[in-house]
Write a new protein. Structure first.
Length: 230
């Protein structure tokens, strides 16, 4: 009896599913796909800063370079407690044991800034105190998740406008949505592990960054919608 009941239940489920699919296929509908995109300026800029005694041939300790860096960043307006993090601490102990040379330490930091102008000031400031191992790690946009939702909504609206325009020549009206699929909501951001482009003012007494450009982040959303036709 239990086996018969199970078989009957499976048959009912299959028939129900088939009936729903058949009803969807049998009614007139229109399928359309819409894509929207936008460009945003990154507001999270991550810089890698490497401090190494090798740059001064061991004449200046990492600790002194670290203090100089902290002082310079503070003058720029950086909150080092919130924006500066230590990544790694290393030294060339292997080289020391092999060649019997002095151990030279290094430290690597990640610095977070929120605009291109500040990034330029950091590059200039650190270079002025002998720290030139600064690279761009990545850029991000802080409002990404909210923007993705907004783009999905705009894509659905665009799909509806397209569908309404398509049924006008048929003297028909667009019904409710039968199916909505988020085909793709992605981010195109190629600004990773790339150097920052800075233009310097040669006329000023002291060089200052007058323009620094980051590639904008492209965010796009593509949806597929099926509408009933009345």
């Amino acid at each position: 009896m239990a086996i018969r009941f199970l078989i009957a239940l499976l048959l009912i489920t299959s028939l129900t599913t088939y009936g729903q699919s058949k009803n969807f296929i049998d009614q007139p509908y229109l399928e359309t796909t819409a894509r929207v995109d936008t460009l945003v300026i990154p507001d999270r800029i991550y810089l890698s800063i490497l401090i190494t005694e090798a740059d001064t041939k061991g004449k200046t300790s990492v600790e002194k370079l670290e203090n100089k860096m902290a002082d310079k960043l503070k003058t720029i307006g950086i909150d080092i407690e919130k924006q500066l993090t230590l990544n790694d601490l290393g030294s060339n102990f292997k080289k020391y044991f092999l060649r019997k040379v002095d151990v030279q330490k290094d430290k690597e930091y990640t610095l977070l800034v929120h605009d291109a102008l500040t990034a330029g000031k950091v590059l200039m400031g650190l270079e002025s105190i002998g720290i030139s191992n600064v690279n761009l790690i990545k850029t991000e946009y802080s409002g990404l998740e909210k923007l993705k939702i907004d783009l999905r909504q705009k894509a659905v609206r665009a799909a509806k406008i397209q569908a309404e325009a398509m049924v006008i020549p048929l003297d028909q009206k667009l019904g409710h949505a039968l199916f909505i699929s988020d085909l793709n909501t992605g981010v195109q951001n190629r600004m990773t592990d790339r150097m920052v482009r800075v233009q310097m003012s040669k006329e000023a007494d002291k060089d200052q960054p007058i323009e620094i450009e980051f590639e904008k982040i492209k965010i796009e959303s593509t949806v597929n919608v099926k509408f009933a036709i009345q």
